[in-house]
Design a binder for this molecule. Structure first.
Ligand code: ADP
Length: 281
């Protein structure tokens, strides 16, 4: 376990039995250090993550079909984009399969909701990241009744079966639900309106969505209760502190990659022979 942690992030962030209405979004569960210590540790652990990811990629190039998929869910401004940019952005982009899921296109609407998801699954050796995911189909869809309840209700079981299939095929799923407080969201939205370099992130609809906060909390709770499984558990991440979000997700990724017990793939050629050839080339 990395220093300053009293418990591994995989334990401290477990969703089991947690009520999100009780969540302190400014907390740093399991981490005893302050912001400075957190940032220092992040620099160290980022290097560890990057080395492990290179091993995953190297194995993929040698035919290993295993992959890791980070699924990020969270309300607007929760920091999903920051995780993609800063955490995923710290590893070799060749080994990253990134996908963001917005409002479905006309073509996507004509298909089953998992159709567009399946198309973006990480290939062997890749670190996949989903900025929003199939869970939107039990979140925004449920909150705004975009389809009737009889249609979204069976999706929880269907998603569990889908994820079981992914895990059986060799994908490690890391599902992270990011939460900021309503006040912190207001602060972050205000910042987007006060800084010209942030206008591009602002969507007037984000303000309307604030009225649906309790409905979203209910939908998020149902998602955690019904789709946190042994093989694909949810982690709940208090996200008011960006440095903590980044550190915690880095730890979750390091843990997942370490669990794969990756080694460098062996040479597919005779090393001595190739050295001899090189000497005379
Ligand atoms: P972001 O706001 O994350 O920067 P976009 O503006 O491209 O990204 O799209 C996000 C929006 O798409 C969110 O409001 C989200 O609720 C919506 N969305 C995502 N998936 C679905 C879905 N399956 N059905 C309806 N809306 C969806």
């Amino acid at each position: 376990m990395a220093k300053h942690w009293s418990r591994p992030a995989t334990e401290a962030l477990q969703a089991d039995g947690l009520r999100i209405t009780d969540l302190d979004t400014s907390a740093t569960p399991g981490f005893k250090g302050d912001k400075k210590a957190g940032k220092e540790l992040l620099a160290e652990r980022t290097q560890v993550l990057s080395d492990l990811q290179e091993k995953l990629y190297a194995n993929g190039r040698s035919g290993d079909s295993r992959s890791v998929l980070l699924v990020l869910q969270g309300m607007d401004t929760a920091g999903k984009g920051g995780i993609v940019r800063h955490v995923i952005g710290s590893v070799d982009p060749q080994g990253v399969d990134h996908a963001a899921f917005g409002v479905p296109t006309e073509e996507e609407k004509r298909h089953h909701y998992l159709w567009r998801i399946r198309k973006q699954l990480p290939r062997g050796g890749q670190l996949g990241v989903f900025d929003r995911s199939h869970y939107e189909d039990v979140l925004v869809v449920r909150v705004h009744e975009l389809v009737p309840q009889k249609e979204w209700e069976p999706r929880y079981d269907e998603i569990n079966a889908f994820e079981r299939e992914l895990v059986d095929e060799g994908t490690t799923l890391i599902k992270v639900a990011m939460f900021v407080s309503l006040d912190e969201q207001k602060r972050r939205l205000r910042e987007r309106l006060e800084r010209p370099d942030k206008y591009w992130k602002f969507n007037p609809g984000d303000i309307d969505e604030r009225a649906y906060w309790p409905a979203y909390q209910e939908a998020y709770q149902a998602m955690l209760d019904r789709t946190s499984t042994k093989y694909a558990p949810w982690y709940v991440l208090p996200s008011d502190n960006k440095w903590f979000s980044r550190l915690a997700i880095t730890e979750l990724l390091v843990d997942a990659l370490e669990t794969l017990q990756l080694d460098w793939p062996p040479a597919k050629f005779d090393v001595t022979e190739q050295l001899r050839r090189l000497d005379t080339a």
